[in-house]
Design a protein around this ligand. Structure first.
Ligand SMILES: [Zn+2]
Length: 403
């Protein structure tokens, strides 16, 4: 028997793919690179207006303070855009969280700003797949669901952040707060393949800057009095790389600093990224890193300060999350969509949500591809297709005890 009950079937039939496309075209023409605060403010305004057709209240949330270390080792503030939050029926017993991001990887001065049709079903443009298409899907699926009486028993939050592409550092506390206590989460990143494959387990990611301060001296006259920061940073790079294991990769990426050839350099900044597959690997690495830093500090008589840490915890798939994947596949089958999944090394807000213990499927957005490149494309029919899928998944989560 089909689970497409009368009211759900009717609601899904109201999903208007052409209207969704018009929305994506409009939003994709607004540059919203993560550093373009003006463009992000415009997007926040557009989204607030578009989502105001749903019940509930919309707020613009201030970004949490974020700092970065510059090449001189100085900690400076990083500006972020405001995040859009819609809260609907916050007193409902069963509540969901739907998330997406409004920022893109293309800054205001990037050459890729235009929309181009590749064929009648394929639109090339910045943020079409990643993920303004996904934002249109969130709105369309919820608009459809709001027509169904049974849906009105549940509540939900929609979070659209402005800094996902740089690691959600200014929205991570908000994600954690909003995800807490939710029954399930859906995040609308584009599918992992143009066929619609979902991203299953994900590793985590952490970024670190180690600022090394030594002591300068003349390279010929009194080199023994110097403490070489470049040597210490290089030692750290080599030894950190040796901490790589099967369950964690370590990538020393950059060393800033140094001095003239006849000077013992007293300053260096080493940057590196780690990709732990499991939370335990991340913890073990932190302990080993601290021990190593202590050792190098002592042996080379330099000072070392640490900035950064794990920004995306690993996202293993637990029993509840697997049940959610199974549900998405089942709903896809009902709708004539074949849904598959695979693990990926990529990270997204789904990592942060999973860390709160809430089951999440984080690639409910459009089918498309070549994201983060000027060849980014969205397969247009997937807009209505995925909106129907999300609506059906949420409807079943609202009306059955599946997790
Ligand atoms: Zn994205």
């Amino acid at each position: 028997m089909s689970r497409l009950s009368g009211p759900l079937q009717q609601a899904i039939e109201t999903i208007d793919g052409a209207a969704m496309l018009a929305q994506v075209e409009r939003w994709a023409r607004i540059n919203s690179g993560t550093s373009n605060l003006e463009g992000l403010a415009r997007m926040a305004e557009e989204l607030s207006e578009a989502f105001s057709t749903l019940p509930g209240t919309i707020t613009l949330e201030e970004p949490a303070p974020v700092t970065a270390v510059d090449a001189s080792g100085k900690e400076t503030a990083v500006q972020s855009g405001k995040h859009v939050v819609l809260r609907v029926r916050p007193d409902a017993e069963r509540r969901f969280i739907l998330t997406g991001h409004m920022d893109t990887v293309f800054p205001a001065d990037h050459p890729f700003q235009e929309l181009t049709w590749l064929d009648e079903h394929t639109l090339n443009g910045p943020g079409t797949a990643d993920m303004k298409g996904g934002l249109a899907i969130i709105l369309a699926s919820l608009t459809a669901l709001e027509q169904i009486e049974a849906w009105q028993q549940v509540g939900y939050d929609v979070l659209i952040n402005a800094d996902e592409e740089t690691g959600s550092l200014s929205s991570a506390p908000l994600i954690e707060r909003l995800a807490a206590g939710k029954y399930a989460a859906l995040t609308f990143e584009p599918a992992a393949t143009p066929e619609g494959t979902l991203a299953h387990a994900r590793g985590g990611s952490g970024n670190y800057s180690l600022t090394v301060t030594g002591k300068s001296a003349h390279a010929g006259r009194n080199p023994h009095e110097g403490r070489n920061a470049i040597v210490a940073a290089s030692t750290l790079a080599v030894r950190l790389k040796e901490l790589q294991r099967d369950d964690i990769s370590v990538n020393p990426a950059k060393i800033d600093g140094g001095a003239a050839n006849n000077v013992v350099p007293d300053h260096a900044v080493l940057r590196f990224n780690i990709r732990p597959k499991e939370p335990a690997a991340a913890e073990r690495f932190e302990a080993e890193m601290h021990a190593l830093i202590g050792e190098v500090k002592q042996a080379q008589e330099v000072d070392i300060t640490i900035h950064g840490g794990i920004s995306r915890p690993p996202k293993p798939v637990d029993r509840k999350a697997q049940a959610l994947f199974d549900l998405v596949r089942e709903c896809g089958a009902e709708l004539g969509q074949e849904i598959d999944w695979k693990s990926t090394g990529g990270v997204c807000d789904g990592n942060n949500i999973a860390a709160t213990g809430v089951p999440v499927v984080d690639t409910m957005g459009v089918r498309g591809g070549k994201i983060h490149s000027p060849d980014e494309f969205m397969i247009v029919p997937s807009l209505a297709e995925r909106a129907a899928l999300a609506a059906m998944v949420l409807h079943r989560l609202a009306t059955e005890n599946l997790l």
